[in-house]
Design a protein around this ligand. Structure first.
Ligand code: PHE
Length: 442
């Protein structure tokens, strides 16, 4: 067995995990889910789910990775015996599922970036919709998808330290600064207040609406890259010195901050340019239609903002897509004993094939996102909390106490994993499932 790589520093892990979390989900996903309604109720639910439910699961997922030192495919069986081997498969299928269409979304982002840079922005909504139609169909999708997959593969081939850690250490600060700048700029727009109001409008009944609950759960899990094996894999390259509860708080805070900042930037733009309605019509393309159309009406400033925004989105996306590739790659390396390069080539090709239906059919992409990106992740989170809370609670405790987490923190986490997260996640899962099928059948 070759020796397992390790992160160079504590921050290497935190940046990589936060890099996986911060991605198109915070920009594209947040915009489309928030625009499906819910206002402040959606926001509040999302934040509550992150704090109460997701944080303990995030720690659990990290502990599973670190204590086994294995990839997500192998970790459950290694921790609790071969009966649990099936669970490992979930943590390979889910990242492959998301990875397949994530590259397509990255392709759209790249296209829009180049178009804003070299050609210009659409003059109005109709033109923007036509442009989005052209980038989301035909050969140009494939080019964007392939470039994105190749770039992702290049980083992952370079390894955990040489590729993933090196890239995320640079990208995360840049991304944060750019986003802060854009959110500040958006606050100066004439419709900023109206946008904030829409994002923050309170309607208590929304709190219990199934679609709001589903969107909040989906946003929390998807955005944190939780329940999918990424944190298992990344934490398997960790040493003892990291205090995982602290790292989990850092990752969740960074991710939530970026999600909120993105909302504070996107909503003012949509409202300043009267695009709010067009958003809910084509939710999945919201970002790619509304933003360019809105920015197109204010000349060169708008164009500069668009270029910065889509560059930023692409940076955010690549630090996520490398994590989506790393999970199956590390599983293949563990299970089949292939070397890194061979594994990366094999999995990248598989992702390309799996992504073809999404590349050619936006409805397929939408459905895959809802089934894999929403339901499977929530299911994964549920299984993880049961697994660490009930099946291997002693290992959980041992790992945390070996790395000097206090008794109080350990008790709190174990209590949450046993009694709080599972029932809440189960409710969220059932509500999401029913709401989704009702949506589809109506
Ligand atoms: N969290 C990423 C985002 O917000 C997407 C992602 C989901 C990445 C699951 C890896 C795993 O875009």
């Amino acid at each position: 067995m070759p020796i397992r790589e390790q992160w160079r520093s504590r921050w290497g892990f935190v940046f990589a995990a936060a890099g996986s979390a911060v991605g198109l989900g915070n920009l594209w996903g947040f915009a489309y889910r928030a625009s499906e309604g819910g206002g402040a109720a959606f926001l509040l639910l999302y934040i509550l789910i992150v704090l109460v439910v997701c944080l303990p699961v995030l720690v659990a997922e990290m502990v599973l990775g670190r204590s086994t030192g294995s990839s997500s495919l192998v970790a459950p069986a290694k921790a609790a015996g071969s009966r649990w081997g099936v669970m490992g498969w979930l943590f390979v299928i889910a990242p492959l599922g998301i990875g397949s269409y994530y590259a397509v979304l990255m392709g759209w982002t790249l296209d829009t970036f180049f178009h804003s840079l070299f050609v210009g922005l659409p003059a109005d909504k109709t033109e923007a919709a036509a442009f989005f139609g052209s980038i989301s169909s035909g050969g140009s999708v494939l080019i964007g998808q392939i470039i994105s997959l190749v770039l992702t593969a290049i980083v992952v081939v370079a390894g955990v330290r040489g590729g993933i850690e090196r890239l995320t250490r640079w990208c995360m600060p840049i991304l944060f600064i750019l986003l802060l700048g854009l959110a500040f700029w958006a606050s100066t727009l004439s419709g900023a207040l109206e946008g904030y109001k829409a994002l923050l409008s309170w309607d208590g009944s929304e709190f219990f609406k199934p679609s709001t609950v589903r969107n909040a759960f989906a946003q929390a899990f998807f955005s944190l890259s939780l329940g999918i094996g990424i944190m298992i894999t990344y934490a398997s390259y960790l040493g003892r010195q990291n205090k995982l509860p602290k790292e989990a708080i850092a990752v969740a805070s960074l991710d939530t901050a970026v999600g909120l900042l993105a909302g504070l930037m996107i909503f003012p733009i949509m409202f300043s340019f009267g695009l709010n309605e067009s958003i809910s019509e084509s939710t999945i393309g919201a970002l790619f239609i509304a933003l360019p159309a809105g920015l197109g009406t204010i000349g060169i400033t708008g164009r500069i903002v668009a270029v910065i925004f889509f560059a930023l989105a692409y940076i955010a996306a690549i630090t996520s897509s490398i994590s989506l590739l790393e999970v199956p790659v590390s599983s293949v390396m563990d299970r089949l004993g292939w070397n890194r390069t061979k594994s990366v080539i094999g999995v990248t090709f598989l992702l390309f094939l799996l992504g073809l239906p999404s590349a050619f059919d936006i409805n397929f992409l939408d459905k895959t996102d809802k089934i894999v990106g929403q339901l499977l992740l929530i299911l994964g989170g549920f299984l993880l909390s049961i697994f660490l809370g009930w099946v291997i609670p002693r290992k959980f405790d041992e790992d945390l106490s070996n790395s000097n987490s206090s008794l109080r923190v350990r008790r709190y986490l174990k209590f949450m994993l046993r009694w709080v997260s599972p029932p809440i996640i189960a409710c969220g899962f059932i509500v999401s499932l029913i709401d989704l099928f009702q949506n589809w059948s109506s």
